[in-house]
Design a protein around this ligand. Structure first.
Ligand code: SF4
Length: 472
């Protein structure tokens, strides 16, 4: 969601006349912050501290801070870092160019935080980095109240976009050559709650199936309590919907799930997985799990291990619980010592890695369809390997040929299953050139490399060592 917002920010700025900086002396640096993971504020203030001497030398350079931390810290940001020019929140991304202009004209900082969404971010212009895949927001905000989560207080109540708008955006992306769309929402399968249609998400998946040229549809993240049979049927029966499911478990202990205010129980969770696999035997299922929630006992933790064993996840984002000020869980008794959390975390990581490795080994010998990626698709000079994602979301490293470009579709045969990826070292069974590959090649050969306007998300992408939690 946050990275998608960054694309909107870049698009807005381009529309307002900004261009990517040609060197490392930009006139504007924008931080789009995330508050889900631990230490996001330390990282933000650390990064701002690094910019203070730069700003002192070049007072014309503007610095803006947006995203969830800005929504949370508001005026605190300009108090702690008075060299910041603009602070904007999660609900008013569209105001950024105006606020920059006002701050420049008035020669003073502008802090503008709204309490409700001004304009749905997806209606703002965008500057996408990828020619072959795109995010499409279907909803923003969340009506749940998970006790560890800061998202509802920073992103607000769920707001749903109308299906027609979503499908028009997906169609427009396909018209530009995009092959893969990921539907985004804090809780995608409660989509429709705002306009009173409980089956809206399944219908939306089926409608995506009617978009000619759209080869892959994914979504993130669903909530187990809202995961209904009609969504499973829509996934199984709509040919372009990928058989991949990322569904947060968070804990395998019913007692802890209750304390987290997650209203499903482990039995229901496993039952959903059983139904998904009945309908789609090859579905790759991944999850988010928090270790060390306040009051978690050894028995509770064992229950999580047990569900992980039964669920046989293709991958899991594992998180050590850490307090988020302002969340109910931060006030709960029974906060666990760091070493207990660390030790449980290591046991869980070992188990989920072992299972994902076993699952990946079962893929050896199979031909997989891979959408070649940029970044992930950078050629490894030592091995000649390129990378991309299989339809089920698995990362595949394969031996490319000089003709293969990011955005193309190839079919290699898997020769090795590693814990977190597949390797395909043989010749390609097929290589399909695509419009997305043509677009990548055109952009790649005509553009000189430059430094983008500063649009980092604060903090690294989630890794097994991350502390916090996923959404949904
Ligand atoms: S964890 Fe996900 S479902 Fe729970 S409150 Fe946060 S965003 Fe909503």
């Amino acid at each position: 969601m946050n990275v998608h917002d960054s694309e909107r920010i870049a698009g807005l700025l381009e529309q307002a006349g900004y261009a990517p900086a040609a060197d490392d002396c930009p006139d504007l640096v924008v931080f789009n912050t995330c508050a889900v993971r631990e230490n996001a504020d330390n990282r933000l203030y650390g990064n701002l501290g690094h910019l203070a001497p730069v700003k002192a030398k070049r007072p014309g350079m503007q610095i803006a801070v947006g995203g969830c931390l800005a929504q949370k810290d508001r005026g605190e940001i300009t108090r702690r870092a008075p060299w910041v020019d603009v602070v904007f929140g999660t609900h008013n991304i569209g105001s950024l160019p105006t606020l920059l202009e006002r701050a420049r004209h008035n020669a003073e900082a502008e802090v503008e935080i709204l309490e409700t969404l001004e304009v749905f971010p997806s209606t703002l212009p965008t500057r996408r980095e990828s020619t072959y895949s795109g995010w499409v927001s279907i909803s923003v905000g969340c009506n749940n109240t998970c006790t560890f989560c800061i998202v509802p207080s920073l992103r607000g109540k769920e707001k749903d976009r109308r299906p027609g708008e979503i499908l028009a955006e997906a169609q427009a992306l396909v018209d530009e050559g995009v092959l893969e769309v990921t539907l985004l929402g804090q809780n995608v399968n409660s989509y429709g709650v705002e306009f009173g249609d409980r089956l809206a998400f399944g219908k939306l998946l089926r409608a995506c199936g009617d978009i000619d040229g759209l080869e892959r549809v994914r979504f993130t993240s669903p909530h187990p309590k809202d995961f209904t049979g009609d969504v499973i049927a829509a996934m199984a029966e709509t040919t372009n919907v990928c058989h991949q499911l990322h569904m947060p478990l968070q804990s395998g202990s019913d007692r802890v799930l209750k304390a987290m205010r997650r209203s499903y129980r482990s039995g229901k969770y496993l039952d959903i997985l059983r139904k998904v696999r009945e309908a789609m035997p090859e579905a790759a299922i991944t999850t988010d799990i928090i270790v060390g929630f306040p009051g978690e006992t050894e028995e509770d933790f064992e229950a999580t291990l047990d569900v992980a064993r039964q669920a046989r996840f293709a991958g899991a984002f594992t998180f050590q619980y850490s307090k988020r000020p302002g969340t109910p869980a931060a006030e709960l008794p029974g906060q666990l010592p760091k070493q207990v959390v660390q030790q449980r975390y290591e046991r869980l990581v070992e188990l989920v890695n072992q299972i994902s490795w076993e699952e990946n080994k079962t893929r050896v010998g199979r031909t997989v369809e891979v959408l070649v990626a940029v970044g992930e698709g950078r050629k490894d000079s030592a091995t000649g390997r390129m990378s991309g994602r299989a339809r089920d979301g698995r990362l595949v490293h394969f031996v490319g040929t000089p003709e293969v470009r990011p955005g193309d579709v190839v079919e290699p045969v898997v020769t090795y299953g590693a814990p977190h990826h597949l390797v395909a070292d043989g010749p390609l069974v097929s290589h399909r050139r695509t419009g997305a590959g043509d677009a990548w090649e055109a952009g790649h050969t005509s553009k000189t490399p430059g430094v983008m306007l500063g649009l980092p998300t604060v903090g690294p992408p989630p890794t097994p060592a991350a502390s916090g939690h996923g959404c949904g």
